[in-house]
Each structure stands twice: as C-alpha cells, then as structure tokens.
Design a protein around this ligand. Structure first.
Ligand SMILES: Cc1cc2nc3c(=O)[nH]c(=O)nc-3n(C[C@H](O)[C@H](O)[C@H](O)COP(=O)(O)O)c2cc1C
Length: 176
C-alpha cells in the first residue's frame, strides 16, 4: 500500500507560519508515521504543486489591514485554477486579534471561498470561543473556517489548540 501523504502549503513573512507548519508536521508525523506531511512553501510554486495530494493543509498569515501575505497574493490566481473536487482541505491562519481587530485572519476567509467554489471538502472548522476580535472574514455562519492562531497575543494557547485541531482534521480526513 502506498504511503498516505498530506501536502502542507504555507507562506510567511516573519516566520511564524513556518514555525507552526513545522509543528503541525511534527505532530502529524508522530500520529500517522514519519514523512506523512510534505512541507511546501508557496513562494514561486505553480498550481500543479497541489496535484499529488488528496489531503491538503493550507496555512497563511494576514497582513496590512486584511491583506494577503505576499507569496499567497502572487499565488492567488494559481489557487483559483486548482481543481479541489477530489481533495480534502484544512486551513489554518495566523493573525493579531487585538492589533488588527477588524481584520483578524481575513486571508483565510478569502482562500476558503475559492477552495469551496473549486469543489474542496473543507475540514477543520473551528469555534470562535476564546477569541476577541471585532471582525473576521474567516468567520462564516458563526464558525471559523479553519484554525486561527494568534502568536502575538495568545501564544500560550497555540499548543493546546493544535493538539485539539490536528486529531480533528485527521479524523475528518478519514485518516484516523
Ligand atoms: C504591519 C502588520 C500588519 C498586520 N496586519 C494584520 C491583519 O490585518 N490581520 C491580522 O489578523 N493580523 C495582522 N498582522 C499580524 C500577523 O499576521 C501576525 O504577526 C502573524 O503571526 C505573522 O505571520 P508570519 O510571521 O508567518 O508572516 C499584522 C502584523 C503587522 C506587523
């Protein structure tokens, strides 16, 4: 039997999303087996990078009052060209809910809508409990479309959030 593979695609400006991506890989590989997660930085990648993966995790920060991180901004038209109809996707986003309270993790909401339109089964939705933002495009119908992490203000909650979200995602992927 071929090995289960999860593609974790991330972009980062100051390294926080990369740090979290490494943690997610470490934790999933610990649960499912070594080398389950391929880490792929989105910088200079093409849409075809998604092709090998039935299971996908996408991670991105939000920058400059609700804007996309630069590499994800460049990738956006390519993301719009990906057929996600046979893929299960989970999103995680990084933001600052106090400093940018009206734009918390907005980027996630933008990519979520595209993935949905392109046929993705989106897993790993998350409760708004414990957050204090004023507005967030990642909140749809009272639920966050993925895991929102705030390393600027709630870094002490990151580990526990990951330890709850990861098994949830793997369960919804049907892998555990
Ligand atoms: C100038 C600046 C603008 C930011 N804008 C937003 C924003 O609009 N929404 C948000 O949720 N976080 C915002 N943030 C917080 C970052 O998303 C957060 O620090 C994140 O952890 C950075 O991730 P990275 O290191 O992977 O780039 C901003 C931070 C800075 C310094």
């Amino acid at each position: 039997m071929s090995q289960i593979k999860i593609g974790l695609f991330f972009g980062t400006d100051t390294g926080n999303t990369e740090t979290v991506s490494n943690k997610i890989k470490e934790k999933i590989d610990g649960i499912i087996g070594a080398d389950t997660v391929d880490l792929i930085e989105i910088y200079k990648k093409e849409a075809e990078a998604f092709a090998p993966y039935q299971y996908v995790i996408v991670g991105m920060p939000t920058w400059y009052d609700g804007e996309l991180q630069g590499d994800w901004e460049t990738f956006l038209p390519k993301f719009e060209a990906v057929d996600f109809s046979n893929k299960k996707l989970a999103f995680f986003g990084l933001g600052d809910q106090y400093g940018y309270s009206f734009y918390f993790c907005d980027a996630l909401g933008i990519f979520y809508q595209i993935a949905l339109k392109n046929g993705a089964t989106v897993c790993g939705k998350w409760s708004t409990e414990g957050y204090e933002y004023d507005a967030c495009k990642a909140e749809i119908d009272g639920v966050l479309v993925g895991l929102c992490l705030d390393l600027d203000n709630q870094d002490d909650m990151t580990e526990a959030r990951l330890d709850k979200w990861i098994p949830q995602v793997l369960g919804e992927f049907g892998l555990i």
